[in-house]
Write a protein that binds this ligand. Structure first.
Ligand code: COA
Length: 332
């Protein structure tokens, strides 16, 4: 994972907008967020997370290569989940990461479905590895700088978001030798909620016009209540479906790693599922909602803290603009 060093507390936000630490904590569980400086873009943070991932794989003896440069050359694919690409539309942020890593043999693509991008990206990478015997390794990065598309005068949205990146290295192994990996993924969408989380300006529907005086910042507009209700519903249904269809009992699960959007969403889903809240990993207090990055950041924290043991069964689950949702069942 990589997060910017600048940490903005709720109290600091309360100096510029009409809000309070008490309101933000009680309604969302958020205590702070990390905000990138003006010279940092998605590929920079994504690259930092990617470099640390390659270094960790070498340090832990998970790969035979001895240097990140050597390891980067073995990558067949780089997938970047992000909605805050360095450049509007193209080039893909994954191409910028590919160049900087020197991963000359890797294909590169972005997945742009807001907060569900990492879950979709993981399944896309796994499926592309399976699809060709010659593909063996993929790097999946989740990175977002939502601070760049946030209206900092809108207290209903700006308190929610932060910047960050996380990455994982996937390697295809023979199922018989390592009974692990991504065992099952559920992906879904409900386009009827397209307007509930939206960046209205700048696309082919509402392009910026020549000579236009830009009064409106290109910022996230959100129907918070509608997104909240959708989130609780799909998180509950996705976890229940994975457990039922894959025949998993509560005792089999080591952890559930949810997208970190609002602690209250997770608590409501836990209650509906009758799953103890402690089974859900939450770090939203420190990072707020980092969109595509929230799940890989959580995975890295858990991994480095020794809380993920080989063979552990975990579920990742998330949702986002679109509206989209999904979950991965992973044998660590
Ligand atoms: N500080 C203080 N008061 C605030 C506030 C803030 N930052 N933001 C909103 N309020 C006020 C509202 O103006 C409203 O006041 P009113 O009753 O006088 O009109 C009151 O608090 C309640 O607002 P409401 O929007 O109903 O709050 P809520 O309990 O629904 O919480 C969210 C708002 C945004 C926290 C919640 O709806 C949510 O988390 N939704 C999901 C958002 C999300 O996850 N988005 C990303 C998806 S990936």
């Amino acid at each position: 994972m990589a997060v910017p060093s600048r940490r903005v507390t709720n109290d600091e936000l309360a100096k510029t907008i009409d809000t309070s630490d008490e309101w933000i904590r009680s309604h969302t569980g958020i205590g702070a967020r990390h905000i990138a400086d003006k010279d940092t873009a998605a590929s920079d943070l994504g690259l930092a997370a990617a470099r640390k991932t390659l270094a960790l794989a070498i340090e832990r003896g998970a790969v035979g290569e001895k240097s990140p440069e050597e390891l980067a050359l073995t990558l067949d694919l780089i997938v970047v989940g992000t909605s805050t690409q360095d450049y509007y539309s193209h080039p893909a942020t994954a191409c910028l990461v590919q160049r900087a890593l020197g991963a000359k043999n890797a294909a590169a693509m972005d997945i742009t479905i807001a907060c569900s991008s990492f879950i979709y990206g993981l399944e896309t990478a796994a499926a592309l590895l399976k699809a060709d015997a010659r593909r063996n390794r993929a790097l999946v990065i989740g990175v977002d700088l939502l601070s760049r598309i946030t209206n900092w005068e809108d207290r209903a949205t700006c308190i929610l978001f932060g910047d960050g990146a996380g990455a994982v290295l996937l390697e295809k192994t023979a199922a018989k030798t390592v009974p692990g990996g991504i065992l099952r993924t559920i992906l879904g969408a409900d386009g009827s909620g397209w307007e509930y989380l939206i960046l209205r300006r700048g696309g082919s529907r509402n392009p910026w016009k020549k000579g236009e005086v830009v009064e409106e910042v290109p910022a996230i507009a959100m129907d918070g209540r509608a997104v909240y209700n959708f989130a609780v519903k799909v998180i509950t249904e996705t976890i229940a479906r994975i457990m039922e269809e894959e025949n998993i009992a509560l005792d089999d699960l080591a952890l559930i790693v949810p997208h970190q959007a609002n602690a209250r969403i997770v608590q409501a889903a836990a209650k509906r599922l009758k799953i103890p809240e402690e089974l859900f990993y939450l770090n939203i207090e420190e990072y707020a909602n980092t969109s595509s990055a929230s799940i890989p950041i959580a995975l890295d924290e858990l991994n480095r803290a020794g809380r993920l043991k080989k063979g552990d069964l975990i579920i990742t689950v998330g949702f986002g603009a679109g509206l989209t949702y999904g979950g991965n069942l992973i044998r660590w």
